[in-house]
Structure formats: C-alpha cells, structure tokens
Design a protein around this ligand. Structure first.
Ligand SMILES: Nc1ncnc2c1ncn2[C@@H]1O[C@H](COP(=O)(O)OP(=O)(O)OP(=O)(O)O)[C@@H](O)[C@H]1O
Ligand SMILES: [Mg+2]
Ligand SMILES: [Zn+2]
Length: 386
C-alpha cells in the first residue's frame, strides 16, 4: 500500500530473525538451539524438505547463532539460549548478506562449480570476524559432479571453524557419500494453524485487521508452505483494504463465495437444473476456476453435514459464527443423504477432473445428475416441477 519504491515482498520482510519466530519445525529448532547454546555445533548439516518451509531461513539462523555477539553459554538472558539475538552487528550483517564469514552459494547459479573448487583454497584462512566461517549451499541438488567431488573432499577432512549447511528439496539426488557426512534434518509441512498464527502476527505489524476465518482459509491454501501462505496474504493485502475478510480472500483465491454456492446447491436440491447450470456458468464467466468451484462446494457441503451432527460446530469448522449460521439455515431442509451423495459425487468429480481437459463439461454433467438424484423419488424433497 503506497510502497512503490524499494518494495520487498512480505515473505522476505518477515523472515524470522530469531528461533522464536520460526513457525513449526520444532524438531529442528530444539536441537539446533541446544547445540548453539552448549557450543556443540557440527561441521556439516543437510536441511531437506518441502519448499517454503524454512530451510534457508534456519540455515541463516544457524549461521548467526554461531557468530552472534550476544548470549552464548557464558551469558544467558532470560530462560535460555538467546543466540542468535538478531540485533547485534554480526546478526544484522548476516541478515543483510554482507558478513565476511558467511557465504551463501546458490548451486543453481552458473559459477557455483568454480566457487566450490576455490573453496579449498579459501578454507586455509581462519574466520576474519566471527567464530566460524559458514557456507550455505542452497539448492545443493543442482551441483555438478565436480562440485560434489570438491565438496566431498572438504567434508572428509573438515577444517576447523568451518560450518557447511546444505539445503535441498531433493535430497535423493545427493550422493550417499555426502549424505553420510551431514547431520540431517527433514523439514516438515507447517500446520495450517501455525501458518495462520504467523499471518496474524504479520497482519498486526502491517496494521491490517484480519479476520480469523480469512486467515484460516489462506493458511489452508498454503498447503504447508509458509512462503506460499505469505504470498497469498500479500495478494490479499495489496488489493487495498485495511481489513481482511473471508469474502475478500475467496475473491482473491478465485472462489465463488458462500452465497453463490448456497444458491447453486438450492437450485440443484429442488431440481431446477437449468437454473443451476446458469449459476455455474455465471461463476465461470466471472473468472472462477472450475476446480475451485468444486472444492468450495465440497467444503460448503462438508460444513453443512457437520452442522447437522455437531452441537458446537465452531470448534471444528474454520468459519465465523455468522457463516456457520448461514450455512445451517440454508441447508436445514436438506437430507443427510442428499448432502452425502453430493459430496461423494463432487469428490469423485474433483479427482477425475485432475487430468481432464473437459472439467466444465464434467461439472455440468454432475449438476444434471445431482438435481435428478434428489428429485427422482430416491430421497425426500419436493417433487419435480413442483
Ligand atoms: N518455518 C517458517 N517459519 C516462519 N517463516 C517461514 C518458515 N518457512 C518459511 N518462512 C517464510 O517463507 C520465506 C521463505 O522461506 P525459506 O527461504 O526459508 O524457505 P525454504 O525452505 O528455503 O524454501 P526453498 O526450498 O524454496 O528454498 C521466508 O522468508 C519466511 O518469510
Ligand atoms: Mg531455500
Ligand atoms: Zn546477535
């Protein structure tokens, strides 16, 4: 908003500067924190796992942790190890990528082979300012054979005061000889609730009043990747408002929205096939995506089903109270069979549509069948043409 010059993406602006800010990955954070605290950091690490889950972020935290000027075992603030502090000179320089003893090498870039070849010459010098020289190799699976060989030699006889951190989304592409010389950490998809929590904190910092159900929806769509989640949040907030609602998120995601879905379901339920087809075509004409429509529809029906059975559905449905009430009202006249059959049919459609170039036709066929199903006498409901 108004930040044209030098604009930095949200996910970069809010990259964690201390371990406290990391979402999820507790199995990694706990061990590394402790190793930094007791001064027992190894010489080679491999961070593997899904994209956007914190590998590069935590590699930098580890680089800072071993070079941070604050804290450390002799000087503990508060209830534990404080390294990295995120604010001392070294931490800030590492954050800005200008600290002499930390090098980040992207294996996907051209000169990385030479970089690694030169590595061994470089390694004869001790760290200049920090306690350890740190080399972060990003996308390390892209290394050439020569680069791996050069790296392997240094890993076999690690020089003192050097730390290697290898990051990759494809650890299976690394030679076994490299794997076996690293402490390995597998990064996991981050839970939607954690991502939503992180987005909440970012929203507060940006002065945006974000509704919980809006963030929950965004977080679900991030599919475990914090970066994807933050990018989605970015798309929503750059569209202008200082508040973020579920409706806005639905719009940005290209989802049809609850009231459109409710009207569609209603037309199908009473067997007004033509009306249902027109409604779907209106959604698509507005630029909603077929598979999004199907997904949203399933989600809506799923909520309707839960509302029928669960006394306090708010606890298990990530929607606002008003939203839940609306769905409850709209679906009050639906039989459980109708809801179930519709969910089955749409789920199958969602699967089938994955590889089909004719999703729209398949969706229309499903609508025709669903509106027949409810009105051919197999379930309770108004008679056709009533
Ligand atoms: N666990 C996390 N906690 C908090 N923020 C995170 C986390 N993971 C990722 N992020 C956010 O996403 C951005 C990208 O994260 P990072 O570069 O660490 O991902 P990565 O795992 O290295 O991904 P890739 O495999 O694509 O290199 C960060 O700037 C940060 O804003
Ligand atoms: Mg990375
Ligand atoms: Zn520091």
């Amino acid at each position: 908003m108004g930040e044209q010059k030098g604009y930095i993406a949200i996910y970069r602006r809010f990259r964690p500067e201390t371990f406290d800010e990391v979402l999820g990955q507790q199995h990694v954070v706990r061990v590394l924190r402790n190793q930094i605290h007791v001064g027992n950091v190894g010489h080679a690490y491999l961070f593997s796992g899904t994209r956007g889950t914190g590998k590069t972020t935590i590699a930098r935290l580890l680089a800072k942790g071993v070079n941070c000027l604050n804290g450390g075992s002799g000087q503990i603030a508060g209830d534990g190890a404080v390294r990295p502090c995120g604010i001392c000179e070294h931490c800030v320089e590492i954050k800005n990528g200008v600290f002499v003893d930390v090098a980040e090498i992207d294996a996907a870039s051209n000169n990385s082979v030479d970089d690694v070849r030169d590595l061994r010459e470089l390694l004869v010098y001790p760290p200049q300012l920090g306690r350890k020289r740190v080399f972060i190799f990003d996308e390390v699976h892209e290394f050439s054979k020569q680069a791996f060989n050069a790296l392997l030699k240094t890993l076999e006889e690690p020089p003192p005061n050097v730390l290697f951190i290898l990051c990759t989304t494809e650890p299976n592409k690394l030679p076994q000889t490299i794997l076996s010389r690293c402490q390995r950490f597998d990064f996991r998809r981050v839970a939607a609730s954690e991502i939503a929590g992180g987005m909440k904190a970012v929203s507060v910092k940006l002065g945006i009043d974000a509704a919980d159900d809006a963030l929950a929806l965004l977080a679900q769509n991030a599919d475990g990747s914090v970066r994807d989640g933050m990018s989605l949040l970015e798309q929503c907030v750059t569209s202008g408002d200082s508040s973020l609602t579920r409706e806005l998120v639905l719009d940005v995601l290209g989802s049809p929205g609850d009231s459109a879905i409710a009207a569609l379901t209603d037309a199908v339920h009473v067997g007004r096939t033509a009306e249902a087809l027109v409604k779907v075509n209106e959604m698509l004409a507005e630029g909603k995506e077929e598979r999004r429509v199907i997904e949203e529809w399933i989600d809506w029906l799923h909520s309707a089903l839960l509302i029928k059975f669960v006394k306090d559905p708010r606890r298990i449905i990530s929607r606002s109270a008003e939203n839940i009430d609306e769905i409850g009202r709209a679906s009050a006249g639906y039989s459980v069979e109708f809801i179930n059959d519709s969910i089955y049919r749409l789920s199958k459609l969602f699967n089938d549509s994955r590889w089909s170039p004719h999703v729209r036709v398949l969706l229309e066929i499903a609508i025709v069948e669903m509106s027949k199903m409810e009105n051919d006498g197999s379930h309770s409901g108004p008679a056709p043409g009533a």
